[in-house]
Design a protein around this ligand. Structure first.
Ligand SMILES: CC(C)(COP(=O)(O)OP(=O)(O)OC[C@H]1O[C@@H](n2cnc3c(N)ncnc32)[C@H](O)[C@@H]1OP(=O)(O)O)[C@@H](O)C(=O)NCCC(=O)NCCS
Length: 168
């Protein structure tokens, strides 16, 4: 069932103070969750874009609904981690974070990510922003040996081609 949209989603920079909530969501979202140390390392990188999605909580205080970690390697942005609290999904939180990320990178930015081949919901989400599958990394996920789809969003993928995608 699709949940009603969150009343107000506020996207801001993720901070170290968010990490206890991040780790709690991470453990519920993934079979092989990142450790606290991995988040600390990503937050320490000055060129990365790490975002928090805040939503109003029932008690009035905003609470963390999701987060996104994006690192810059040379000229390419790599979306490393995206997760939304399981109780808050299908309310546009991941959409709002991706929109905010795209507003923060260059207009002609190249972005890439890996996603499990079975994760059709995430794949549909990324495709809605112009990400296209450009290859497969065999047995990329160590927990079950699943393949990863390698997706890119570049000026070419937005025109329907893979012309400028590295390695294709
Ligand atoms: C994938 C994930 C981040 C999506 O977050 P979300 O806030 O629920 O996504 P949104 O509400 O912005 O979804 C936007 C669109 O993406 C697609 N989508 C998202 N989740 C979907 C699902 N489970 N099944 C089918 N389509 C889905 C739909 O087209 C959706 O639009 P709709 O709700 O109007 O149909 C969330 O399900 C999650 O945290 N999953 C576990 C962690 C994970 O897989 N992260 C991605 C790793 S690459």
């Amino acid at each position: 069932m699709t949940a009603p949209p969150a009343a107000a989603i506020d996207i801001r920079r993720l901070t170290y103070a968010d990490l206890p909530q991040v780790v709690a969501i991470e453990r519920r979202a993934f079979t092989s969750p990142w450790s606290l140390a991995m988040f600390v390392l990503e937050l320490s990188k000055p060129t990365g874009i790490c975002l928090a999605a805040e939503i109003p909580a029932s008690a009035g205080e905003p609470e963390l609904g999701g987060y996104m970690i994006c690192s810059r390697y040379d000229t390419v942005w790599h979306v490393m981690n995206v997760a939304v609290d399981p109780t808050q999904r299908r309310r546009g939180i991941a959409t709002a974070m991706i929109q905010s990320l795209l507003a923060r990178v260059e207009r002609d930015a190249q972005l890439t990510l890996e996603v499990r081949q079975s994760n059709t919901g995430a794949i549909r989400l990324y495709e809605s922003f112009g990400f296209r599958s450009a290859g497969v990394r065999r047995r990329y996920y160590q927990d079950n040996g699943e393949d990863a789809l390698v997706m890119w969003r570049t000026p070419a993928t937005l025109r329907g081609s893979l012309d400028d995608v590295p390695g294709t």
